[in-house]
Design a protein around this ligand. Structure first.
Ligand SMILES: [Zn+2]
Length: 233
């Protein structure tokens, strides 16, 4: 029963996060407005907003105009459902909150870059600071002063250019890894990310899938996950 409840909380959070990601991109308020169909702009009734279930019942289509909803809604709701169960059973009290904030940080960065080639800098910096502060005070995160100075320098110096230059968001995001990991690990994380990017590019090319740019943050996050699982554990 507890796991079902945790799964539902995770799925609802994912649904909310997806709305937040979309509305930040379109400069819309994500607290007041009711959810609409992106195609016909009809306000969706509450029973169409139930994570996973409504998508399955409506077959990923709008109730009014039958246009398709992206499949990633349901996929991410399922992933977050299982993630909440995992986090709850593996971490306690402040550490649980710490890992949750880290998951949100990674999720927003991953999806915003994947969908819109953006890093929501203010959200990223707020979540990063919460993550670093809680980690440093309560969760034995070792903060090296020189690494912290480099991080702050990168974020401050690059911030004015962020909106107009491709790749600056990636560097601001990567600056966080400069704090979390020792310098010696960083080339390996970049190497795995680049390799994953190249493989993805080749696969997209083979299957004739036209893509103008490849977002780099999702590869950096996947690379970090691989690194944690295979090298760091
Ligand atoms: Zn519609």
């Amino acid at each position: 029963m507890l796991n079902i409840m945790l799964f539902c909380i995770g799925a609802c959070l994912a649904s909310f996060f997806n709305v937040v990601i979309e509305r930040i991109h379109y400069n819309q308020s994500f607290f007041i407005q009711r959810s609409k169909c992106n195609h016909c702009q009809q306000i969706l009734p509450f029973y169409c907003l139930c994570p996973i279930l409504s998508a399955l019942i409506l077959k990923h289509r709008c109730l009014f105009c039958y246009s398709r909803f992206p499949y990633y809604y349901t996929l991410t709701e399922i992933i977050w459902g299982f993630l909440m169960i995992y986090i709850y059973h593996h971490y306690y009290s402040v550490e649980l909150l710490w890992i949750f904030i880290f998951s949100c940080l990674m999720y927003f960065s991953f999806m915003a870059d994947l969908l819109y080639y953006e890093l929501y800098t203010w959200l990223f910096i707020c979540l990063s600071l919460c993550f670093l502060l809680i980690g440093f005070i309560y969760c034995h995160l070792e903060l090296n002063l020189s690494q912290l100075v480099i991080y702050l320098l990168i974020v401050t110096l690059l911030y004015p250019f962020y909106k107009h230059s491709l790749g600056v968001g990636d560097i601001i995001f990567f600056a966080l890894y400069v704090i979390i990991y020792p310098f010696a690990y960083l080339p390996l994380i970049v190497f795995i990310a680049t390799l994953l990017g190249l493989v993805t590019y080749c696969l997209l090319h083979i299957y004739n899938y036209q893509i103008k740019f490849l977002p780099f943050i999702p590869f950096l996050i996947t690379s970090e996950l691989c690194f944690e699982i295979f090298f760091h554990a």
